[in-house]
Design a protein around this ligand. Structure first.
Ligand code: NAD
Ligand code: SIN
Length: 485
């Protein structure tokens, strides 16, 4: 058996000698190659740059990220094309990712003021009590491959606004996108030392995380890696660590006459981005009495999804998974479920020889004695049939993860019960599990995160609060407990 995100899938075939080579999943062609960076050199440069950047007025830093947004607008075709080539996602989706990168800037400006701006309160003796925020210093941003621009950018922009300098290590599976993103900042006029790209794989990630010159680690990736980072930093409580990790997300379908809509929400949740979203629905929990109608429609819809290369016409719904190793792991996982009590609803098929195109797959695991609680990061949906709502909630919570969860159907009372009892950072009603908004906090509990949500709340982990009481002159007397002279 090969459980994808728990085992050694991170054998990095892309790292060859001192180069990283990036391949297009849809063709197998080489897209890019580049030299692995020197961690010590890059961190030292960042440390030298930090004081001047932190000392700039906030308005200057905001102006800089706004100029960056303009550069991304100008380069949007180029950036979207690179995202599509490196990840294999359809061009429509890559364009949406670029738009999210641009929108993040104004959201982060608002979030900084709202969450970490300065506040002055009236204090004693006509003085003031103030709360202001300071940047941490040098922050490491470690990115995943599935949103290689949007997710690192979601840390980088708020970190820069707050006055940090950043060393960004993109995923070794999408380094070219990372490099392009950083070039947009530099073209906007940002000093090269304030935001640097570190090309590398897990070894460089580890070295960066443990480096004494790094004051914080903003990570998006698998739980496996997040836990390794947490362990490495266990004796460094002073380092900021924000971990945005994976999920084993449930979608519960309850009483609703709107079977077609429910099926569309399930399919969007499970198969958008070929299931390579942290918020993708992995487990469909369905009321027994609705099973036949719902599963029939979900399968019909999944059968119609076009799986294809990013630039195909007509546009595919989803592309390949990231590489052959991942496709093999998913296929083996499907076979494992099957040989341990799972019943096929829709087979997982390798659609093109030697390329990681997988058909969406659905398997009923109700009768499995033990269902593995792992994140299978691809187009694989497991179905569990239940009889009552308490059982549905218990099934949904039967995971160590806690990122997103949706209820489809049910009454407002059902949703209230669902919302109150589900352990997750994103809980939706009649909406997919994925498609989270950058204007809301985004994070999970359990193995999904460490209570430092990103998106709108990214401002919180990019600066720390300092409380001060202040008078313009020393003014004090000792009122009690003095001996008279
Ligand atoms: P990954 O954990 O393999 O890699 C993420 C980054 O960490 C990469 O840059 C990698 O080089 C680096 N890295 C790997 N090992 C490291 C180590 N020991 N120390 C330091 N750095 C290390 O993740 P991935 O496969 O690129 O991305 C997919 C995963 O990301 C999925 O689990 C998905 O659910 C998760 N994800 C989470 C969110 C979220 O916001 N919660 C969003 C997107 C993706
Ligand atoms: C992700 O970050 O992987 C997905 C975000 C979302 O679609 O909710």
């Amino acid at each position: 058996m090969l459980w994808q995100t728990e085992q050694g899938k991170r054998v990095v075939e892309q790292v060859s000698g001192h180069e990283i080579i990036s391949h297009e999943p849809a063709t197998g062609d080489e897209v890019w190659r580049g030299k692995v960076g020197d961690v010590d050199e890059i961190v030292a440069r960042a440390r030298r740059a930090w004081p001047a950047w932190a000392a700039l007025p906030l308005t200057n830093r905001i102006e800089m990220v706004r100029r960056f947004a303009n550069e991304v607008r100008k380069e949007s075709d180029k950036l979207a094309t690179m995202i599509a080539r490196e990840t294999g996602k359809p061009m429509w989706e890559a364009r949406a990712e670029v738009e999210t990168v641009v929108n993040k800037v104004e959201i982060s400006v608002r979030a900084y003021a709202d969450r970490t701006g300065q506040k002055k309160l009236d204090g004693a003796l006509q003085g003031t009590a103030a709360v202001r925020h300071k940047p941490h210093g040098v922050l490491a941003v470690l990115g995943p491959y599935n949103f290689p621009a949007h997710l690192p950018n979601g840390h980088i922009v708020p970190a820069l606004i707050a006055g940090n300098v950043v060393v960004f290590k993109p995923s070794e599976k999408a380094p070219a996108t990372g490099e392009l993103l950083v070039q947009c900042f530099h073209r906007a006029g940002l000093s090269a030392a304030v935001l640097q790209v570190l090309i590398g794989g897990p070894a460089e990630g580890q070295a960066l995380v443990g480096h004494d010159g790094v004051d914080g680690v903003l990570f998006t990736g698998s739980a496996h890696t997040g836990i390794a980072i947490n362990r490495k930093l266990a004796a460094n409580p002073g380092k900021m660590v924000a971990l945005e990790m994976g999920g084993n997300n449930p979608i519960v379908v309850w009483d609703t006459p709107k079977i077609d809509d429910a099926a569309a929400i399930v399919v969007q949740s499970a198969f958008t981005s070929a299931g390579q979203r942290c918020t993708a629905a992995r487990r469909l929990i369905v009321k027994s009495s609705m099973y036949d109608a719902l599963i029939g429609e979900v399968k019909r819809l999944a059968d119609r999804l076009i799986v294809g290369a990013p630039f195909d016409e007509p546009s595919p719904f989803m592309g390949p998974v990231i590489d052959n190793r991942t496709a093999d792991g998913l296929t083996e996982s499907f076979v494992y479920l099957l040989s341990n009590g799972g019943k096929v609803i829709k087979n997982m098929v390798r659609l093109r020889e030697n390329l990681p195109f997988l058909s969406p797959a659905i398997i009923d695991v109700t009768d499995m004695a033990e269902r593995p609680d792992v994140e299978l990061f691809g187009p694989l949906l497991q179905v569990v049939r239940v009889d009552d709502f308490d059982e549905a909630i218990a099934e949904a919570n039967a995971t160590r993860f806690g990122l997103s969860a949706s209820l489809v159907g049910g009454t407002p009372q059902d949703y209230n019960r669902f919302w109150a009892n589900i352990r997750a950072g994103v809980v939706n009603w009649n909406r997919p599990t994925n498609g989270a908004s950058s204007a809301a906090p985004f994070g999970g509990i359990g193995l999904s995160g460490n209570h430092r949500p990103s998106a709108y709340y990214a401002a919180d982990y990019c600066a720390y609060p300092v409380a001060s009481t202040e008078l313009d002159q020393p003014r004090a007397t000792i009122g009690v407990g003095l001996r008279s002279d």
